[in-house]
Each structure stands twice: as structure tokens, then as C-alpha cells.
Design a protein around this ligand. Structure first.
Ligand SMILES: *[C@@H]1O[C@H](CO)[C@@H](O)[C@H](O)[C@H]1NC(C)=O
Ligand SMILES: *[C@@H]1O[C@H](CO)[C@@H](O)[C@H](O)[C@H]1NC(C)=O
Ligand SMILES: *[C@@H]1O[C@H](CO)[C@@H](O)[C@H](O)[C@H]1NC(C)=O
Length: 325
């Protein structure tokens, strides 16, 4: 009996003991994980880079000031077309805008065992570094409203490589105005553009270009639109109406899909017209039946069919469709 009690106690103590050891091990492991290791050196290096010479690294002065205009490469990764609204003449885009430019003040010696891009060490920086950098003042000339996504934190990415190239990415949603024409509705092709300009710096200071390496505009695999088919895009330069400001534009060619209108408008009207032919079978002597019976009900049916349905177009636009041809 005494032996059993002793061994039971012993077992309990041993159990507690091994449990506390396990806890301590996990705590150590967690502490170890929380302690910055390799990253610390990276951080120190990058903050050294940023604070190496505060006089030279003045973010109020653009890179290559007094030397040459700064070239900024821009790439858009379009994740979705949100809406194409005829009534308000605009369309929505959700995309990632990637900017790349060189700031020689941000050059640093290559670090071994770090990630490389084009054989140059590249560091991912915290967004706080953005406050200390000169950043191009990009704006969308035909924008109605736009916002940077902030869930769950600012959707931005900042990287710097050893040659001083700065890679800034941000995820945006924008509603952009698009002048649409409806002469050929519903067989129309709309060209909607995104115009990217620098607000303050003219072409003597900053030039924008579509990025050549991945291509200026990349599309997510499946862009599906209910009424339109994206036929392709054309990239080019544009003239800013405000003066000599750098301006690039991407035009999206959207052709309307006929299917909806075929089923909703063409087929029913054809059927109604064909129904009206029934009156020819009514006896020639039954004049009132032929005139009031069929004719009236047909026109009523057509009226009924088209009232309250304007195919997403505003009345004003409907008038312009018919008056313009
Ligand atoms: C930008 O591009 C222009 C034209 O290609 C060139 O003359 C200029 O030197 C470039 N700027 C820089 C900073 O490389
Ligand atoms: C990177 O460096 C390696 C070896 O020096 C070279 O073979 C390769 O072509 C370089 N790649 C680029 C993109 O410059
Ligand atoms: C715009 O640039 C052109 C060519 O560089 C120049 O001739 C013209 O004077 C500039 N216009 C303005 C308003 O600065």
C-alpha cells in the first residue's frame, strides 16, 4: 500500500515537472521567435542607408535634380472591371499600380545572403520609409473618385534595391470617366481609358512611361463582364490639356455583347410583329375584329414591352441614340 502511494506521488511530481519543462521550452521558443535576428541587421542597414547623409537625402528634392528628367516606369495589374455605367458615363477599375524609379541617393552596397532581383540586393521596407522618400505625384486625369485599399493595413509595398531603384506598389479602386458613344447601340464598341499624369512636375522634371519588362498593363486571368467583352488594350502617350505634363494612357476596347439584347428586345418584337399577321386569317367580313381586335392589342403589347425597360440607359441617352443616327 505504501509503495503504491509513493509511486503515485512520484508519478504526479514527475508529471508536473515534465509539464513545467515543456512550458518553459515553448516560452523560450516563442521568445526566440519574437527576438529579431537576421532582420534586425537588415533593418539597421536600411535605416543606416536612409540616415547616412540627411543633407543629401532631402525628400523635398527629386532624384536627378539638375541632371536629367526622372523616368518613372508604370505598370498596372488589373484585377477587375467593376462596372461600366452608361448613365453616368464611367467605369470602375480595381488594380495594382506599380511604380519604379531610381533615386541614386538610396544606393547601398550589396548584402550577401539577401534576396536579389536582377542580381541586385532588394529589401522590402516598412511603409514608414515612404515618409522619408521622394515619391512621384501620380494622379488619374479622368478620375471621378478613387481610394487606396486599407484593409487590413495599407495595401502598399515598398522595396528598394542596391542600385537605388525604388519599387512602389499600391492597390487602388477608381471610378474613371469614359466618354461613350451610342450611335451603333447595341452593337457599339466603347473605348475607355485610364490617364496617368504627374500633377506638379512638368516634362522637364518627370517623365512617365509604360513599363516594358512585364508589359504596361497585365490582366488578371479571368476578367468577365456581364455586357461587354474586353477586346484588348492599347497603351500610349497622351497630351495633358493642362500644359507640358507627362501623361500616359491605357485604352481598353470593350465591345457590347449582343446576346442580352437579342433575347430581351429583338426576339420579342419579332414575335409580336409575327403575331400581328394572324389578323389576316380573320374573315374579311369581320372588319371590327380585324381592326380593333388585333391591331390595338399588338400596339398595346409593344408599348407594354418597352415601357419601364430602357436597357440600363437613361431616357436622355435613349433619345440621343435615336436622334443621332
Ligand atoms: C530619362 O529618359 C530620357 C530619354 O530617354 C533620358 O534622356 C534621361 O537621361 C533619362 N533620365 C535619367 C535620370 O536617366
Ligand atoms: C546575374 O549574375 C549571373 C552571374 O554573375 C549572370 O550569369 C546572370 O546573367 C546575371 N543576371 C542578370 C539578370 O543580370
Ligand atoms: C512645352 O514643351 C515644348 C518642348 O519642350 C516647348 O517648346 C514649349 O515651350 C513648352 N510649353 C510650355 C507651356 O512650357
Amino acid at each position: 500500500m505504501r509503495f503504491i502511494l509513493f509511486s503515485l506521488l512520484n508519478f504526479c511530481f514527475l508529471g508536473v515537472d515534465s509539464e513545467s519543462i515543456e512550458k518553459a521550452r515553448i516560452r523560450r521558443m516563442l521568445e526566440d521567435r519574437l527576438r529579431p535576428r537576421r532582420r534586425e541587421s537588415t533593418y539597421q542597414r536600411s535605416s543606416e542607408i536612409l540616415h547616412r547623409s540627411p543633407r543629401k537625402m532631402d525628400k523635398r528634392i527629386r532624384p536627378f535634380e539638375d541632371i536629367a528628367p526622372l523616368n518613372v516606369s508604370i505598370n498596372l495589374f488589373i484585377s477587375s472591371f467593376d462596372s461600366i455605367a452608361e448613365t453616368t458615363m464611367d467605369f470602375g477599375l480595381t488594380f495594382i499600380m506599380r511604380l519604379r524609379w531610381q533615386d541614386p541617393r538610396m544606393m547601398f552596397p550589396d548584402i550577401t545572403n539577401e534576396k536579389t532581383y536582377n542580381n541586385r540586393t532588394i529589401l522590402t521596407m516598412d511603409l514608414k520609409f515612404l515618409d522619408e522618400l521622394w515619391v512621384p505625384d501620380v494622379f488619374f486625369a479622368n478620375e471621378k473618385s478613387a481610394n487606396v485599399h486599407q484593409i487590413t493595413s495599407d495595401n502598399k509595398r515598398l522595396r528598394i534595391d542596391s542600385a537605388g531603384y525604388i519599387y512602389l506598389e499600391m492597390r487602388l479602386s477608381a471610378t474613371l470617366s469614359c466618354h461613350m458613344r451610342f450611335e451603333h447601340f447595341p452593337m457599339d464598341v466603347q473605348v475607355c481609358a485610364i490617364e496617368i499624369e504627374s500633377f506638379a512636375y512638368d516634362t522637364a522634371d518627370v517623365n512617365f512611361d509604360w513599363d516594358s519588362t512585364p508589359g504596361g498593363v497585365e490582366l488578371a486571368r479571368s476578367i468577365e463582364l456581364p455586357q461587354f467583352k474586353l477586346q484588348g488594350h492599347v497603351l500610349g502617350k497622351c497630351d495633358s490639356p493642362r500644359g507640358n505634363f507627362t501623361c500616359i494612357e491605357g485604352k481598353f476596347i470593350l465591345s457590347r455583347q449582343m446576346g442580352y439584347y437579342l433575347i430581351q428586345a429583338y426576339v420579342p418584337t419579332t414575335l409580336i410583329v409575327m403575331l400581328s399577321w394572324i389578323s389576316f386569317w380573320i374573315s374579311i367580313n369581320a372588319t371590327p375584329a380585324r381592326v380593333s381586335g388585333r391591331g390595338c392589342s399588338d400596339s398595346k403589347a409593344i408599348n407594354y414591352h418597352f415601357s419601364g425597360r430602357n436597357y440600363g440607359l437613361h431616357d436622355r441617352d435613349n433619345v440621343s441614340i435615336y436622334s443621332r443616327n
